[in-house]
Design a protein around this ligand. Structure first.
Ligand code: SAM
Length: 281
């Protein structure tokens, strides 16, 4: 019988955030697939564990994925851990998950820290509906297309960004979304110098002109205001009134029913319907 893949979340800065279950699974699995083996070695040392490790990251995921799959199919269990946070979020973990499903290997999650979730809940922006956009492309055209596709997005938007690209990204945001759009810059989450700057894009651009950004950032951007719903066309609402009249419903009641269905005013509909030849006495 094949083994099991555990998608295991690790701290994004504060070692105290590793769950009891995560520590337990790390102890019991046969091997650990790590995005950055040096970072994971520190975590394992902290837990007093010596484990077999396989490197699995952006530049080797295809070959390494096959090695991991072979071991899983042979019955071994594996914990996939990313550099920090939840694996398969902005890293190649999603490919390994698919590979396992394709070959009938069981996959389960050991949930825990995730930078974008912490940033969203700290942002003070609406959390009811949001979209996770990950990293913007380096390629200028792909980057511009990505941002333009979000121009009318009304949900809160979340981006990952490296500090050395932050100024360029804020300038692009400002051009596409306008200087007044609200943003929360969430920096060094769960670490000693954690900071959440809640401001507007115009201010964010100015702030980092003088002060080069340092540390890890998640950017949480306010959505566009929802467009006012278009009023239901009066002519169509009047047709609805006529439709009810043909069913023998009195004019006042027909106007009331059509008003409820279209959102138009009952009195406005009644007055307009009275002007129609069919409704004149
Ligand atoms: N898998 C990770 C997760 O669960 O969030 C994200 C991995 S992604 C390769 C790395 C990015 O996550 C960083 O560039 C940064 O945008 C964000 N990030 C990770 N740790 C962070 C922290 N402590 N504070 C702010 N952002 C962080």
């Amino acid at each position: 019988m094949s083994g099991q893949l555990y998608l295991l979340a690790t701290p994004i800065g504060n070692l105290g955030d590793l769950s009891f279950r995560a520590a337990e699974i790390l102890e019991t699995v046969d091997f650990v697939a790590a995005e950055d083996t040096r970072v994971t070695l520190k975590l394992l040392n902290h837990l007093g564990l010596k484990k077999n490790m396989v490197s699995y990251y952006r530049h080797n995921f295809e070959a390494s994925g096959q090695v991991i799959l072979t071991r899983l199919l042979a019955g071994e269990s594996c914990a996939l851990v990313s550099d920090a946070g939840t694996p398969a979020i902005s890293d190649p973990g999603e490919d390994l998950v698919r590979l396992c499903y394709d070959h009938g290997v069981a996959v389960t999650s050991v949930p825990g820290p995730c930078a974008f979730v912490s940033a969203l809940i700290l942002s003070g922006l609406p959390t009811g509906r949001f979209t996770f956009e990950g990293f913007l492309a380096m390629n200028k055209k792909n980057r511009r297309d990505h941002l333009l596709s979000l121009q009318n997005e009304t949900r809160t938007m979340i981006f990952y960004e490296a500090p050395h690209k932050l100024r360029a990204t804020l300038a692009d945001f400002c051009r596409v979304f306008g200087a007044e759009r609200k943003i929360a810059l969430c920096r060094e989450l769960t670490k000693r110098h954690e900071e959440v700057i809640r401001t507007h894009l115009g201010d964010a651009v100015q702030r980092y002109e003088a002060l080069p950004p340092k540390g890890e950032f998640v950017l949480v951007l306010e959505g566009a205001p929802a467009a006012a719903p278009e009023a239901f066309p009066l002519a169509d609402a009047l047709e609805l009134v006529s439709h009810y009249r043909k069913q023998g419903i009195p004019l006042k009641a027909a106007a009331k029913r059509a008003a409820e269905e279209t959102g138009l005013s009952k009195n406005q509909l009644y007055a307009a319907a009275l002007d129609l030849p069919a409704n004149r006495e």
